[in-house]
Write a protein that binds this ligand. Structure first.
Ligand code: TYD
Length: 197
C-alpha cells in the first residue's frame, strides 16, 4: 500500500472550509479512497488553550501562541496524520501550518522562520487548497452562523492574514475562488484533485 495523501484547507475564518471538506470526503470515498478528516488547532490540551483565549476575546501573547500551536501540531502529526498516511489513507485537514504562517505572521512573527520550524517535523501537504474570498464576505458568513466573533475574527487583522496567503507560492499551493455557490467551489476543488488521484 502506498503512502496516502495530505490535503489541507486554508483561508480566513468563514470561508466554508468544513463544508467543502465534507463534500470532498464523500467524493473521494466514492472513488474508493479511505479518508480521515481532522482540524487544527485540535481539541488537545495545547490547541484548547489557544482557542479558549481567542473565544474570551483576548489572544495569548504571540510567542506563546506559536509554542502552544507547535506542540499541538507535533502531537497531531505523530498521533493522527503520520499513522493515517502510512496506512495509505487520505487526510483532509481544516488548517495546518500555513495557518500559522498567515495568522502568527500577520501578528508580526517571521513567516519564513515559522515555515522552517514547522517543516522540521511536519510533512508538507501534497496539496493546500486556499479558499479565497473577500474578508468582508467571510465575516458576514461568520456572523450568519449566529455566534460571537472571536479575537482572530477582526477585519483589519484578517486582511493582513489574506495578504500573507496571497504571497504563498510553493508547488503544492492552489488558490480557489470561493465566492460562488457551494457546489461551484466544490467542482473547482475536485478538478484540482485529479492531479493527486
Ligand atoms: P478555526 O479553524 O477557525 O476554528 P473554529 O472553526 O473552531 O473557529 O481555528 C481557530 C483559529 O485558530 C483561527 O482563527 C486561526 C487560528 N490559528 C492560528 O492562528 N494559527 C494556527 O497555526 C492555526 C492552526 C490556527
Amino acid at each position: 500500500m502506498g503512502r496516502g495523501k495530505l490535503i489541507v484547507f486554508e483561508g480566513v475564518d468563514g470561508t466554508g472550509k468544513s463544508t467543502q471538506i465534507g463534500l470532498l470526503k464523500q467524493y473521494l470515498e466514492e472513488q474508493g479512497k479511505e479518508v480521515v478528516t481532522s482540524f487544527e488547532p485540535t481539541h488537545g490540551e495545547w490547541g484548547r488553550r489557544v482557542r479558549a483565549a481567542a473565544a474570551s476575546g483576548q489572544r495569548l501573547e504571540v510567542q506563546k501562541e506559536v509554542e502552544y500551536l507547535l506542540r499541538d501540531r507535533r502531537e497531531h502529526v505523530q498521533k493522527v496524520i503520520l499513522p493515517a498516511l502510512t496506512e495509505g489513507k487520505w487526510v483532509l485537514l481544516d488548517r495546518y501550518y500555513p495557518s500559522m504562517m498567515a495568522y502568527q505572521g500577520a501578528t508580526g512573527e517571521d513567516v519564513e522562520e515559522i515555515r522552517r520550524r514547522n517543516e522540521a517535523f511536519a510533512p508538507a501537504p501534497d496539496m493546500a487548497i486556499w479558499l479565497d474570498i473577500p474578508v468582508q464576505e467571510a465575516l458576514r458568513r461568520v456572523q450568519n452562523r449566529g455566534r460571537e466573533k472571536d479575537a482572530f475574527e477582526q477585519a483589519n487583522f484578517l486582511e493582513a492574514v489574506a495578504r500573507i496567503y496571497a504571497t504563498m507560492d510553493t508547488p503544492w499551493w492552489r488558490r480557489i475562488p470561493a465566492v460562488g455557490e457551494v457546489m461551484e467551489t466544490q467542482t473547482l476543488i475536485r478538478r484540482e484533485m485529479i492531479t493527486c488521484l
